[in-house]
Design a protein around this ligand. Structure first.
Ligand code: IDP
Length: 149
């Protein structure tokens, strides 16, 4: 299912607020957790957010993304990217519906607790960056056939 993968990252503020349990939203939707990594920050935030380099919030963004541990996850399943973005909500919590993660658990765009790729290509690139060649591991839960037609 690798081509249907989506990478999510709980940012440092999620970890501080104890929001790791919110990953259950993806599991409840029946997505498959193919990989999970607890990492110290984003090693290259300036490179990662190069598209924002001319914006005034760029220095604060780089500092924020390098300020603590993060949890990087690869979720797989049909439409994982599109549906994953719906579960996340809009990047700016002001625009995010209350039942989405960003709508429910954060208040300002600069501290928006969770990252998700906006395109399949972006997801592929980021998964390559975060995972070694034989990762994510190829395993299936015994509930797989109860989730997918
Ligand atoms: P994403 O992480 O949801 O894909 P992007 O649009 O790539 O969102 O933005 C990356 C990060 O940049 C956001 O998560 C947010 O922390 C920060 N950001 C984006 N727009 C603003 C802004 O207008 N002010 C402050 N921070 C922003």
């Amino acid at each position: 299912m690798a081509s249907l993968s989506h990478l999510h990252c709980l940012k440092p503020d999620s970890m501080q607020h104890g929001l790791v349990c919110k990953i259950k939203c993806f599991k409840q939707k029946r997505f498959h957790l193919a990989d999970v990594k607890f990492l110290w920050a984003l090693r290259t935030p300036k490179q990662h957010y190069i598209h924002w380099k001319d914006r005034p919030f760029f220095p604060r963004l780089a500092k924020y993304r390098n300020s603590g541990s993060i949890l990087a996850m690869v979720w797989e399943g049909p439409n994982a990217m599109k549906t994953g973005r719906v579960i996340l909500g809009e990047t700016n919590p002001v625009d995010s519906k209350p039942r989405a993660i960003c709508g429910n658990f954060c208040i300002q765009v600069g501290w928006c607790i969770i990252h998700g790729n906006g395109s399949v290509k972006g997801a592929e690139k980021e998964i390559k960056l975060r995972c070694k060649p034989k990762e994510p591991a190829d395993y299936r839960s015994c509930a797989f056939n109860w989730a997918y037609e």
